[in-house]
Design a protein. Structure first.
Length: 312
């Protein structure tokens, strides 16, 4: 992680789940328990330093069960969110159902959903002691509660990308869905009729940066790359029309193309826009010294025992 500094004004940092453990295939073995537990604690300390604003709960975060996740959440300087995950014993939400933030006068509501469908079986031990409220119904109820309090609503989704798109198309009121679990490399996320759905690749290979320019409280967005492409096209048409070597027939075609391009640009006026960038987290990204020290200490401790370190 780059050198730690105060976050830029107007920046929010989120994780949509599967933060603490590697991909779950089988229950964690007893001889690995100490190693993976300390790794999860290390990750929380690192993300505290980074300055995360919230984390949505994913299925792999439950690899050691709800009690461990509840306990480790107390060490985080940011809230764990889950709007539809209920403690079977108490009948209450396992974590906070949503978070309210205000950035530059913009009131933002953040909530999170975890689908039971991302677990491979009904008997998956990670589901023990948990009740999953229906995600769509939960989303509708949360949106109804958040709308009077907010100008902008974000979902940290652990539903899978197809379900994210389906939710965005059918449930109004969510401006932005930050998806996880599927792990697609969506460099150019297609806008939906009800907001934006984005995803980043898994295993910490990339960080996704989404920049928003808001002109209204609506959920209709366009990719700023579309506007830049149209502006470049319009500039090229101006150059063609000013050419003395062009025939009148060619100029007539270019004038028609110019009118069409200007019309397309005009349709973007007043709409919200976004720019999405995938940042490779490779050797060129400078490590924060304190985080690097903690990671090296962890690696050294478990390499000395001859144990292979679990992949993220």
């Amino acid at each position: 992680m780059k050198e730690m500094r105060e976050k830029e004004k107007g920046v929010l940092v989120f994780d949509a789940g599967d933060l603490l453990f590697k991909k779950y295939f089988n229950p964690i073995q007893e001889n690995e328990l100490k190693m993976v537990t300390e790794k999860a604690q290390l990750l929380i300390e690192c993300f505290n330093l980074i300055g995360y604003d919230a984390m949505g709960v994913g299925d792999d975060d439950l690899a050691l069960g709800k009690e461990f996740l509840l306990e480790i959440s107390k060490k985080a300087n940011f809230p764990f969110l889950s709007s539809n995950l209920i403690d079977e014993q108490t009948g209450k939400p396992l974590f906070r159902p949503y978070l309210l933030k205000e950035i530059n006068g913009l009131r933002i509501g953040i909530f999170s959903l975890l689908s039971p469908d991302v677990f491979p079986s009904q008997s998956d031990p990670r589901k023990k002691g948990l009740i999953f409220r229906p995600p769509v119904e939960t989303a509708q109820n949360i949106i109804k509660e958040l709308q009077p309090k907010t100008d902008f609503i974000i979902l940290l989704s652990h539903l899978s990308y197809p379900k994210d798109v389906e939710l965005a198309q059918t449930v109004a009121g969510i401006h932005l869905i930050l998806g996880s679990h599927t792990g697609l490399n969506l460099t150019y996320p297609p806008p939906t009729k009800n907001g934006i759905v984005v995803q980043t690749p898994p295993k910490g290979m990339f960080a996704g940066r989404l920049d928003l320019v808001l002109h209204n409280n609506g959920s209709v967005f366009y990719n700023a790359m579309t506007r830049r492409s149209l502006e470049n096209q319009l500039n090229n048409l101006h150059n063609h029309l000013s050419s003395n070597q062009a025939s009148e027939a060619e100029k007539a075609q270019w004038r028609k193309a110019k009118e069409d391009t200007e019309r397309s640009l005009g349709q973007l006026q007043g709409k919200n826009e976004f720019t999405n960038v995938m940042i490779p987290l490779n050797e060129q990204v400078k490590d924060h010294p304190e985080i690097l020290k903690m990671v090296e200490e962890y690696k050294s401790k478990y390499q000395e025992t001859g144990k292979a370190l679990p992949a993220k």
